[in-house]
Write a protein that binds this ligand. Structure first.
Ligand code: ATP
Length: 274
């Protein structure tokens, strides 16, 4: 079976800025990955390479068995579901769309419905909305939804095209603790019931639910560690990634981080001793 993602010696350089350096990464069948790293560590750039929106300066990339350079990227993208808060840039168009039309539009990778919708599409959207517990939102327009509801609708939209790879780029950003747990429980259901591989980008390790199998840690464009989550989520690797003394503990099969040294504590000590 082909790898879901394969990157060999991938670097991304823009101007004199090295954004990604020597990335070697393989995602195999049945693996679900979380990508963690500080702001500016290169997470979005890495996703942009996976989706073919950015071409690496150096190295080889293959996604869903398609080597880049010999692949029709628009065709490949039909097999990749991408949910990002940047979709909100289109919120002017989305605003007046109904929940069900937004979900259906995922089949055509469009914002707005311009193609002929068949009964099968409506049925598939109904099923997705029921399984995401958003069927009660039918008829409502996007601008009247809460942030958590909007996020669920966009995830439903991404699944409408039955992608083989689903990228969730910081899906919990701006959500309260309850809405965040709902998104995590949805992610668990997707892994359990949809035939797709999940790539989940976040800043928070407690979002690594039991079903996520692997973790990639990025720091300044380089991989700190990548592999099965139990091997990667160590105090040492996390502290290096987040440049802060962190300790990991596990609760209900989820990792949590606590801070073991306050940032700037040395500085405060100096001021006090003056
Ligand atoms: N086209 C570009 N030209 C120059 N620098 C760029 C370009 N694209 C990204 N960068 C820089 O590369 C670094 C990595 O950016 P990227 O958006 O991939 O980080 P990130 O980990 O996704 O950050 P965040 O968590 O804040 O979203 C940043 O310092 C960014 O400013």
């Amino acid at each position: 079976m082909e790898n879901i993602i394969s990157m060999k010696n991938v670097s991304l350089i823009r101007g004199n800025r090295v954004i990604l350096k020597d990335i070697n990464w393989e995602v195999k069948e049945k693996e679900h990955w979380v990508i963690l790293g500080l702001n500016g560590s290169g997470k979005t750039s890495l996703l942009n390479i996976v989706t073919g929106y950015q071409y690496p300066t150096k190295g080889e990339v293959s996604v869903l068995g398609h080597p880049f350079g010999q692949t029709n990227l628009p065709e490949l993208r039909k097999q990749i579901g991408f949910v990002s808060s940047s979709l909100d840039r289109f919120s002017q168009t989305l605003k007046s769309e109904t929940v069900e039309d937004i979900v259906i539009s995922g089949k055509f990778a469009s914002i707005g419905l311009y193609e002929k919708v068949i009964n099968e599409d409506r049925e598939q959207a109904e099923q997705l909305m029921a399984s995401f517990r958003i069927d009660h939102l039918k008829g409502k327009t996007y601008d009247t939804l809460s942030e958590g509801e909007k996020r669920k609708v966009l995830i439903g939209r991404a699944l409408m095209a039955k992608p083989k790879l689903l990228i969730l780029d910081e899906p919990s950003i701006g959500l309260d603790i309850l809405a965040r747990e709902e998104i995590l429980s949805l992610t668990k259901e997707i892994i359990a019931h949809q035939q797709c591989h999940v790539l989940y980008v976040t800043h928070y390790i407690e979002e690594i639910v039991e079903e996520m199998t692997h973790v990639l840690l990025l720091k300044e464009g380089q991989i700190v560690a990548a592999g099965p989550k139990e091997e990667v989520l160590t105090d040492e690797f996390l502290s290096e990634t987040f440049q802060l003394a962190l300790k990991v503990h596990w609760e209900n099969n989820r990792p949590w981080a606590s801070i073991h040294q306050n940032i700037g504590s040395t500085k405060f000590a100096k001021v006090e001793s003056k």
